[in-house]
Design a protein around this ligand. Structure first.
Ligand SMILES: *Cc1c(COP(=O)(O)O)cnc(C)c1O
Length: 359
């Protein structure tokens, strides 16, 4: 008897699989993971304690509405509680945003190269990806994006700062772009790295959202807050978008551990700012070190740097790995390196210097 396999949706064919950052190699003398933009620090004070306390109750379902966390976020950002929607990481929320807006025949637009999850979650929905190339300077080409809008466009991601290039769009150009987007097209400002932004000309999406019902802001606890392993992120969006997110979210997706740890993290603001400040100083040191070595590095406002190495990308990634730092190569294009602890950054800088001399 010939058995047929279960019928799967054709949209899944050829889906690019998400490549997680390589783990730091086991067994080696030193191995630093600079491949996933994680925070190198342990949890903030009080965070581990609150997670441990919540763990004692994990025979129970979490609070499905994430009430405590939503209240805390609403107060923190000065927005109505109805405008806050949580999810299993901001990728989970991004997937709900697409599910809420787009299906077969619709278009989801984003810059390219940008965050690797966008093409995957778009394809899963059955919608069509419209990828608008970054400028020569590796920045969003907002004029080209505005021109690429059609009557099928349902959602536009603007990743600010952009992963993996670290570049950011400025207030005036972003406002001009938003003015050109039809009011029935949702613009999602993905601000996963917002806490690392120092250029005051780069707008806080939450200020832009206030007067624009078609703008939603995505934030995460995975990067600056150091909770990547707990899977919690959120959107701030007007009704009815926020309500749609609550409808499409995975029920009970955010564990009580994650909810309580996120609340405790928000309450450890001083320590958070201190750590982010240290990472930003390290970012400046790495950036300036690379420039001094002769590299062309786009200005970065995130916790990583981008080196456009083209055909030499994989060679350089291998050299880094040999030196004990795992980075994130995009074959044929370039390499993203997370800012980590000073020792890891030093290793990376030394490797870059040696590699540069061979070029
Ligand atoms: C890391 C990252 C996220 C966050 O992912 P989580 O699911 O919250 O861990 C979202 N957007 C971008 C652009 C990122 O780089």
């Amino acid at each position: 008897m010939s058995e047929k396999s279960p019928k799967l949706r054709a949209e899944l064919d050829g889906i690019p699989t998400y490549k997680p950052g390589k783990p730091a190699a086991a067994g080696g003398a030193v191995a630093f993971k600079l491949s996933s933009n994680e925070n190198p620090y342990p949890p903030l004070p009080g965070v581990l304690e609150s997670a441990v306390a919540a763990a004692g109750n994990f025979n129970r379902y979490p609070d499905m509405a994430c009430t405590g966390l939503v209240n805390e976020l609403a107060e923190r950002f000065g927005v109505p509680v109805e405008h806050v929607a949580t999810g299993t990481g901001s990728v989970g929320v991004a997937q709900s945003l697409i599910q809420s807006t787009a299906g077969p025949g619709d278009e989801v637009m984003y810059a390219w190269r940008s965050f690797e999850a966008y093409p995957i979650i778009t394809q899963i929905s059955g919608a069509t990806s419209v990828q608008v190339p970054l400028t020569d300077g590796d920045v969003h080409d907002l004029d080209a994006m505005a021109e690429a809008i059609t009557d099928r466009t349902r959602l536009i991601f603007v990743c600010n700062p952009n992963n993996p290039t670290g570049t950011a769009v400025r207030r005036a150009e972003l406002e001009r772009f938003l003015d050109r987007v039809p009011s029935d097209v949702l613009v999602v400002l993905d601000e996963a790295y917002r806490e690392f932004v120092r250029d005051t000309d780069i707008p806080d999406g939450i200020e832009l959202y206030r007067s624009r019902p078609n703008v939603a802001v995505l934030r995460t606890f995975s990067k600056a807050y150091g909770l990547a392993g707990l899977r919690v992120g959120f959107a701030i969006a007007h009704e009815p978008v926020a309500a749609a997110l609550r409808k499409t979210a995975v029920p009970f997706g955010v564990s009580q551990l994650a909810q309580d740890a996120a609340v405790a993290s928000l309450r450890a603001e001083d320590e958070l700012l201190g750590r982010v400040g240290t990472l930003v100083c390290e970012r400046t040191r790495v950036y300036e070190g690379l420039v001094k070595q002769g590299w062309t590095v786009p200005d970065t406002q995130a916790n990583f740097v981008w080196l456009r190495l083209g055909e030499r990308t994989l060679d350089f990634a291998a050299a880094c790995e040999k030196a004990g730092v795992v980075v994130r190569p995009f074959a044929g294009e370039g390499l993203r390196v997370t800012i980590g602890e000073p020792e890891a950054n030093d290793l990376f800088l030394h490797t870059a210097e040696a590699f540069r001399k061979e070029l």
